[in-house]
Structures are given as C-alpha cells and as structure tokens.
Design a protein around this ligand. Structure first.
Ligand code: 5GP
Ligand code: MN
Length: 334
C-alpha cells in the first residue's frame, strides 16, 4: 500500500521543483508535525518547499514551525496567492474536505494544480489527483512516516523524527486510543533510534499551561453536567468565562477528555462560545463503539473520527444545549 503510493508519488515529484504543503485550519501537532516532516524531507530531496497554514498555530506549537518557511493565509493572503500561482504541486495533509481549510479553499478552487492528499479522517472527499486515505491509522504523521521511509529512509533525521513523534503522540492520546497499533510502536522505536528527546517533546506539548489556562480548566470542570443514564458528560465555556481568563487559541485543547475519566461515562462533550465567529464550537469524544463522528455529522454540521469529532452550532448556548440533550438521547437509543 505505502510502496505503491510512494512509487506513484515519486513519479509525480519527478521534474517538480516548487511544492506547497497545506494542513487544516487550527492546526494541531499532527497537522503541523506531518507538514513540517514532509517539508524537511522534500527540501532534502532538493525541492523548494513552503508550508501554508490557513491560520496561525497556537503558541504552544510555535516551536514546530520556527525552522521553516511557513506563511499564514489569515495574516498574508496576498503572499499566498503569489505562492499558489508559482507552485507546481500541493500537498493536503491531515484533512480530507476543503471545508477544513476555511476560506483558503476559495484560492485552491481558482488554480489548477495537482493536489496530493494524505489523511486519516473518515469519508474522504474527491478534490485531489492522488490520495492516500487511511482512517484505520491513528495519525497523519504515522502515514507520512511510512511514505517518506519507503521513498528514502536515509533522509529521516532527528528533526523529522521529532515532528513525526509529536503528531503520533498527540493523535493517539499518548498511545492509548484504539488505533494505536504494534506498528505504531515499531515506528516509535525507529524514531528513538534517530535520537529524539521524547521527554522534552512531551514537556513542550503538555507542560505549558499558563495560570489563566489552568483556571479556565477549573471552570470547565466546575460546569460539568452528567446525563448519567446515558453515560454522557458535557460542559460549557461561555464567552464571558473565556474573556475573564484571557482565552488564547489552543487554551481549551484537551479539556473535553476529562469527562471520559468519570466512571461509567462514554461520551464527553464541550461547548465553547466563539464570540469572534459567532458560533458555538463543539468537541465530542467517546469510548468504544459509540460513533461521535456520525453524531457530529448528523446533528452539528461536523465530523472527524469515530471517537473524536467536532462540529458547531449557530444557535445560542441554551438552544444548543437543549438540542444536544434531545439529539444525544435520540442517537444513543437507536
Ligand atoms: P477537536 O474536537 O479536537 O477540535 O477535533 C477532533 C476531531 O474532529 C479532529 O480530527 C477534527 O479534524 C475533527 N473536527 C473538528 N471540528 C470539525 C468540524 O467542524 N467539521 C469536521 N468535519 N470535522 C471536525
Ligand atoms: Mn490528525
């Protein structure tokens, strides 16, 4: 599978010198890790490579982009239009629907370049000329690692290994989600042999809470509500709570997981009032067979993975909460 794709990709890359890489909006460590790893690799292959972000990463992931030629569409749309007009090929990483890159998708629709998609979300849409879609794999970083390894494993150095490790670490929930496999651990062992400092990576990604962020977590925990009979926990962060704790992008990352630590709870949800976009952003997490990807798609304009998905609502917090209570009852009883 990887060999076949890598051979096709090698062919496409022949004669191409200018590459662009695009991960999804609000990039996480898997989106950035896969993009930076592929970017370093393509540069080693002699390609002129840039990474375009639909918007900037959260502060705690800035270390991942600092050695790279990275431009944010939100900050410099004109620059990006120029890059797009000069580029020969585009890589789409860690997303499978153009909706996931926001308004940057309008620019992609205007140009006619080959798009190579590498992703692990369910239900891929057809916007690429070549794609590797593997929903059975826990992270895009794991897929990208296998692809670049089969093209030229000698080019994988400590820096590339660090990016790959970061994405695998976070998207597997520190190696605990069901899609973590023996193969995942084999890859981790190979990354260790490249000299990664796993303790430092873990600290950079997880031990970086500001005091405000820690207090905001306490509000999310205090606001937790249970629908005990259904094994559901949910919490809400209003725009007032966010403002009071000087909310910055990325601050609520991981908050939704706490609900799943409660005994007997298999679905955990967080509703976050996004004053800037005038929506309620929602994150869903579940255990085992409960498919929150389906739920997010059916009721909240969203999607993602079986056990981790997201969506949004255009209604008020109260209306959204009421709709959630009705719909989750409906969904879990069918
Ligand atoms: P998070 O809750 O961490 O924002 O996202 C969890 C997963 O759901 C991610 O894999 C992400 O790609 C997906 N996701 C989050 N929000 C949305 C959304 O609005 N639409 C879709 N289709 N997927 C989403
Ligand atoms: Mn991912």
């Amino acid at each position: 599978m990887y060999l076949d794709f890598s051979q096709k990709l090698n062919k496409v890359l022949e004669g191409v010198t200018k590459c662009l890489i695009i991960p999804h909006k609000n990039p996480d460590a898997d989106a950035l890790g896969s993009s930076m790893a592929l970017s370093s690799f393509l540069i080693k292959l002699g390609k002129n490579t840039k990474v375009i972000l639909p918007n900037s990463p959260p502060n705690y992931l800035e270390w991942m982009i600092k050695n790279h030629d990275v431009v944010s569409y939100e900050k410099s749309p004109e620059k990006i239009k120029k890059h797009l007009s000069k580029s020969e090929i585009i890589f789409a990483l860690d997303f499978n629907s153009l909706k996931r890159i926001g308004t940057l998708s309008n620019e992609l629709e205007k140009i006619n370049l080959p798009i190579i998609m590498i992703d692990h979300h369910e239900s891929p849409e057809k916007f690429s000329s070549l794609f590797l879609s593997k929903p059975e794999i826990g992270s895009t970083c794991e897929i990208v690692y296998n692809v670049i390894k089969s093209i030229n494993h000698k080019l994988i150095d400590k820096e590339i290994a660090t990016y790959i490790y970061s994405g695998i670490l976070t998207d597997t929930g520190s190696f605990r989600y069901p899609l973590t496999s023996g193969d995942t651990h084999t890859i981790i062992s190979e990354l260790f042999k490249k000299g990664i400092d796993h303790t430092k990576i873990h600290e950079k990604i997880y031990d970086n809470f500001s005091f405000d962020r820690t207090r905001l977590l306490s509000v999310a925990l205090k606001n937790l509500k249970l629908i005990e009979k259904l094994g559901v926990a949910y919490t809400i962060l209003s725009k007032e709570s966010l403002a009071k704790h000087n909310f910055k992008k990325g601050d609520t990352e991981g908050f939704v997981n706490f609900g799943l630590r409660i005994e007997g709870i298999s679905v955990s949800v967080i509703f976050i009032e996004d004053a800037a976009e005038n929506i309620i952003k929602i994150s869903f997490r579940s255990k085992n067979k409960i498919d929150v990807n389906k739920f997010a798609k059916k009721y909240f304009n969203g999607g993602g993975h079986k056990n981790a998905s997201g969506g949004f609502s255009n209604n008020s917090i109260i209306e959204t909460e009421n709709k959630f209570i009705t719909s989750i009852k409906d969904f879990l009883r069918v």
